[in-house]
Write a protein that binds this ligand. Structure first.
Ligand SMILES: [Zn+2]
Length: 154
């Protein structure tokens, strides 16, 4: 039933932190959103601009995503990757998602992580991201501006 599906879509799982974040029931630094996804800055950024893309509807793993949501996630990742490249000129962007036991949010999310040569990437030890954490508001403003600029460039 279409009506049931709409209701299902409109009601996030309030027990799930990812649903709350994606539907802005908890404070987040949103840089982009559409009907399916919410994209905001990771509060523990690996580098400045580290972004998370979350579906507004609850999913855990990538294979559960419906085609509409999967497309929205990929489109948002393309849009935001362009903005990250224009703004921070990283040597590359790592796109990753952790499934099952490794999904620390228990809600599907894709990471977009700007990276620089010579910087160790995978390390389970703590990283010093004090500066990136302090800059979250400024990073958000800059990324939103860049997304607007890019909109007219392509
Ligand atoms: Zn959820």
């Amino acid at each position: 039933m279409i009506a049931e599906r709409i209701v299902d879509f409109m009601l996030p799982n309030v027990e799930c932190l990812g649903c709350k974040l994606a539907n802005k029931m908890d404070p987040v630094h949103v840089i982009y959103e559409d009907a399916q996804v919410c994209c905001f800055l990771d509060i523990e950024p690996f580098n400045e601009g580290h972004t998370l893309i979350l579906p507004k509807k609850h999913f855990l793993d990538v294979e559960e995503l419906d085609p509409l949501t999967a497309n929205a996630i990929m489109k948002a990742s393309i849009k935001i990757s362009k903005a990250l490249k224009h703004l921070f000129a990283p040597d590359g962007i790592s796109v990753c998602q952790n499934g099952g036991q490794f999904n620390d949010l228990a809600h599907y999310h894709m990471h977009l992580i700007p990276r620089f040569q010579g910087q160790p990437f995978y390390n389970e030890a703590e990283i010093d991201n004090t500066k990136e954490k302090q800059n979250l508001k400024e990073t958000k403003t800059n990324l939103i501006k860049q997304l607007h600029v890019d909109q007219w460039r392509d």
